[in-house]
Write a protein of this length. Structure first.
Length: 96
């Protein structure tokens, strides 16, 4: 059963614009590999974090809307945890 999701990412503030685009492309590739379809990216840019994460006080926020299988979320999460440039991420299910 395919569901609609929104994912929130906080990327490392050490990334430049090209680095951010590469990380976004990696995430989109992971979604595609897991059988999902990227609908839209919304980049909010650099923001101050409420608390320090991995020694950083700023992060780059980006939101992804995509379709995918529920079982793929766990596999995606494992890949995100291994990526040093993703400070935090969260998936939520959107109402149909």
């Amino acid at each position: 059963m395919v569901r609609n999701y929104e994912a929130t990412f906080i990327f490392s503030s050490a990334l430049d614009d090209d680095g951010l685009e590469r990380e976004i492309a990696k995430v989109a590739e992971i979604v595609g590999t897991e059988g999902g379809t990227v609908k839209e990216w919304d980049k909010w840019g650099r923001r101050r974090l409420a608390y320090e994460i991995k020694g950083q006080t700023d992060g780059i926020y980006a939101f992804l809307t995509f379709e995918g299988e529920p079982a793929a979320i766990e596999r995606m999460t494992e890949v995100y945890r291994l990526n040093e440039n993703i400070l935090r991420h969260m998936h939520i299910v959107l109402d149909d």
